[in-house]
Design a protein around this ligand. Structure first.
Ligand code: FAD
Length: 309
């Protein structure tokens, strides 16, 4: 068995692996796709101390750094089930999709999240060419330009307020007849001169040539289609944690985020979690790395307190 069994090989899992391997522990990482969301990212300009890098390059460096340490990396392995230990100090089991099972004295869950997509023509094609999901990451790329934000919940309205301070003009598009964000956010949004809100609107298409040139939406009252010319589209219709497989074993919030305390521990002793799959506020690479380090050190603390075998 592993001392530390990590599920997920994004920035959080990589940080947990490096921190725990450097304690001399037996560490394994099972990951469906080592690198995680970073693999889908183009330019990264907020990885502190590295002014510019690109996702695939950072993912390769994450893997190289992990492999510099004594870590058993099991790539292309999806976990399907977690069976927590039945007694303190017992082994936790992770059952993989291929039927194999891995065991660990501690487990760190770092399975990340995925942005909910609109699922309209052009969205995939123009991903990273105008279609974006993270205002903190990509907002500055649209300085002075016209953008749309899709989604009028808290994250959409927060994104619109954030972007309004950077870009030239923001059009917020909401499917429902009214915004769902908190009143205080809606008031702030309403006070901004360069923001237009369109409700009862269903985005039907992303238009582009080399890059995004606009979007088409359908007015849900009249049924008419309208085109808007713009350079960027921020999709803010939800970040879904990859925790469906954990539903019955550890405490999740109604949105599916793993509940952790300030040390990264979950509702099950000896099972820790880090990064985008958890309740950690703000989902970013540096934050996931910090959280992964915290979870790794907490797993170490837990292990040194177990009674000797
Ligand atoms: P992830 O990166 O999501 O990694 C999750 C890992 O778990 C992967 O290895 C995955 O394959 C694996 N996994 C999932 N389910 C299972 C399972 N059941 N069994 C086994 N393995 C599983 N952040 C920034 O700071 N700056 C940016 O510029 C930036 N740009 C972004 C651009 C895009 C397009 C996207 C999508 C995200 C961007 N982010 C950016 C966010 C950043 O990528 C995430 O916050 C970060 O990757 C989270 O790390 P994580 O380790 O928690 O999860």
């Amino acid at each position: 068995p592993f001392d530390v069994l990590i599920v997920g090989g994004g920035p959080a899992g990589a940080a947990s692996a490096i921190y725990t391997a450097r304690k001399g522990l037996r560490v394994g990482v099972a990951a469906e796709r080592f690198g995680g969301q970073v693999l889908d990212t183009m330019g990264i300009e907020n990885f502190i101390s590295v002014p510019y890098t690109e996702g695939p390059k950072l993912a390769a460096q994450l893997e190289a750094h992990v492999k510099d340490n004594e870590v058993d990396v099991m790539n292309l392995q999806r976990a399907d089930k977690l069976v927590p230990a039945t007694r303190e100090g017992g082994l936790h089991e992770v059952v993989l999709a291929n039927g194999a099972s891995l065991k660990g004295k501690t487990v760190i869950l770092s399975t990340g999240a995925r942005w909910r997509q609109m699922g309209v023509p052009g969205e995939e094609e123009y991903r990273n060419k105008g279609v974006a999901y993270c205002p903190h990451c990509d907002g500055p790329l649209f300085k002075g330009k016209r953008v749309a934000v899709i989604g009028g919940g808290n994250s959409g309205v927060e994104a619109a307020i954030d972007l309004a301070g950077i870009v030239g003009h923001v059009t917020l598009i909401e499917y429902d007849s009214q915004l769902r964000a908190d009143a205080v956010l809606q008031r702030k949004l309403g006070s901004l001169a360069n923001v237009q809100v369109i409700t009862s609107a269903m985005t039907t298409r992303v238009n582009g040539a080399e890059k995004v040139t606009g979007l088409t939406y359908k007015d849900r009252n009249s049924g008419e289609e309208h085109d808007i010319a713009l350079e960027g589209i921020f999709v803010q219709i939800g970040l879904v944690p990859n925790t469906e497989w954990l539903k019955d074993t550890i405490a999740l919030t109604p949105r599916g985020e793993i509940e952790i305390d300030s040390r990264g521990e979950t509702s099950q002793p000896g099972i820790f979690a880090a990064g985008d799959c958890t309740t950690v506020p703000y989902k970013q690479i540096v934050i996931a790395m910090g959280a992964g380090s915290t979870a790794g050190l907490s797993a170490f603390d837990y292990l040194i307190r177990l009674p000797a075998e």
